[in-house]
Ligand binder design. Structure first.
Ligand code: SIN
Length: 491
């Protein structure tokens, strides 16, 4: 009789927890870098979870807004499934014990965010939605004896046999390594925001899971599509910055330039609630022109401690009282639409290896994710993957064991240099010359650490897409077109 090997899930954010809970009839080993459920991007998510719940709203409206935000680069079938299932995700999270904000009659409060033509953002603790759903799901995981959790561990290699992923190697904070065989391995490691000089993500969102999948040979797609949130708190010299939720603009806050003029006036019909890429570029442009950008919150009513406690605490921590002072803001790398290529069931191109949440790219978000669709995707796709893996027979791979590992990490000074390079070259506004310069430097650094090879892949993808699409904005697009036309005429 063969013993049942555990399903190994790498990552303790919303996608990993949802997959673990859904798979739990089988033995699950949940590995995470951070401890106590903190340190994941999911736990930092403020705005909420999008679901068409209002009588005047519909899944069709949610689908259309998702496709428009994604510049129709999305997988439309996956978008239809996601938006139709969104209300079930809210019900399931409530069953898990998540306490969503309600009005006096006990109905869910629904907020507005950029790109949504309806109020459909379900939230918790005002602006602490991610923290609340992680709290609720973690409690269920802790209570479930079929799920073993190990925290404070980095997975630094994948074990393959006969071309199939069948285990991982972990390293703890003091360098002890352990080899763990698995029935299946799920990467739910989050995104790459921390690879940029300014990010709303935690430091662990450094792309290590993506690099791990890539070194095992898994295909990637859409790496050039990185979403920049227009409003992170502008802490001078800061890297991982507190988010200033878009829900504040949904509640009436307005972006202004250093002279107090409204920043978004005349830029887009939706004004301050224009799609995120449009707003982020406008803030970036204003910064390039030498002016700071502020979020004027004077129109926001109600009790900040109830409505926006996370933003309030972050601002007070920097000596800014958002109840009476405008908040200095900056764009920040926020979400990676690209990643390990998967289908809706989380299969990568390597047998035995699955990916879910931000590290994966199943096409749900297209070229630009719609606000509050990421927790939604993490929960629904995590559940779907967990349920599927329970039903799959355990494979019996044969042949020699091989390790695939991204290898050594760049030294801190080189990591800082790389973050600045990516911010300048692959930030909200991109052009060929800056991309090429950054790429040359990454090639020089490639042997020194996996981060440079990952950055290289992203820069190559950004160079390869010469037209602007969604969050990928090429300021030289017009020049490139003109050159092509001239080339075609002279050829
Ligand atoms: C926000 O609260 O502004 C972020 C929500 C999201 O990224 O979906």
């Amino acid at each position: 009789m063969t013993t049942q090997l555990p399903l190994v899930i790498v990552g303790g954010g919303a996608a990993g927890l949802a997959a673990a809970l859904a798979a739990a009839p089988m033995p699950v080993l949940l590995l995470s870098r951070s401890e106590g459920g903190n340190g994941t991007a999911s736990a930092l998510a403020q705005g909420g979870i999008a679901a068409a719940l209002d009588k005047s709203d519909s899944a069709a409206g949610h689908i259309e807004d998702t496709l428009v935000a994604g510049a129709r680069h999305n997988n439309a079938g996956i978008v239809r499934w996601l938006c139709a299932q969104a209300p079930t995700a809210i019900d399931w999270l409530a069953e898990m014990g998540a306490l969503f904000d309600q009005d006096e009659s006990g109905h869910l409060q629904l907020g507005r965010e950029g790109g949504h033509r309806a109020a459909r953002i379900v939230h918790a603790g005002g602006d602490a939605t991610g923290a609340e759903i992680i709290r609720a799901m973690r409690k269920r995981v802790l209570d479930d004896t079929r799920i073993e959790r190990r925290e404070g561990l980095v997975v630094d290699a994948l074990l393959l046999r006969g071309g199939r992923v069948c285990g991982v190697r972990t390293r703890d904070t003091v360098g002890n390594v352990e080899l763990i065989e698995a029935s299946f391995v799920v990467l739910a490691t989050g995104g790459i925001g921390a690879a940029f000089a300014r990010t709303s993500n935690p430091p662990t969102a450094d792309g290590s899971g993506l690099a791990l999948g890539m070194c095992a040979g898994a295909a990637v797609r859409d790496l050039e599509f990185v979403q920049f949130h227009p409003t992170a708190l502008d802490v001078p010299g800061g890297h991982c910055l507190p988010l200033i939720t878009e829900a504040l603009r949904g509640a009436g806050a307005r972006l202004i330039d250093a002279s107090g003029a409204p920043l978004m006036q005349g830029v887009h019909v939706l004004g301050d609630l224009a799609p995120r890429d449009v707003v982020a570029r406008r803030v970036w442009q204003s910064q390039q022109e030498g002016g700071g950008v502020l979020l004027d919150t004077s129109a926001v009513t109600g009790d900040w401690e109830q409505r926006f406690p996370t933003v309030l605490a972050a601002c007070l921590g920097q000596g800014i009282d958002p109840r009476c002072d405008p908040i200095p803001v900056t764009p920040a790398a926020h979400f990676h639409m690209g990643g390990l290529c998967t289908d809706l069931d989380g299969s990568t191109t390597i047998p035995g290896l699955y990916a879910v949440g931000e590290v994966a790219c199943n096409g749900a978000h297209g070229a630009n994710r719609l606000a509050s669709n990421s927790l939604l995707e993490a929960v629904l796709c995590g559940q779907r993957l967990g349920r599927r893996l329970v039903r799959l027979p355990q494979a019996q791979p044969r042949g020699a064991f091989v390790w695939r590992k991204p290898g050594r990490s760049l030294a801190e000074a080189a990591r800082r240099e790389l973050r600045d390079l990516l911010w300048e070259a692959a930030g909200p506004v991109r052009d060929e010359a800056t991309l090429c310069t950054a790429l040359r430097r990454c090639i020089e650094l490639a042997e020194s650490g996996w981060q440079a090879r990952l950055a290289q892949a992203l820069l190559r993808a950004a160079r390869g897409r010469r037209e602007s699409l969604g969050a990928h904005y090429r300021s030289d697009e017009a020049n490139a077109r003109a050159q092509e036309v001239a080339g075609a005429q002279s050829g």
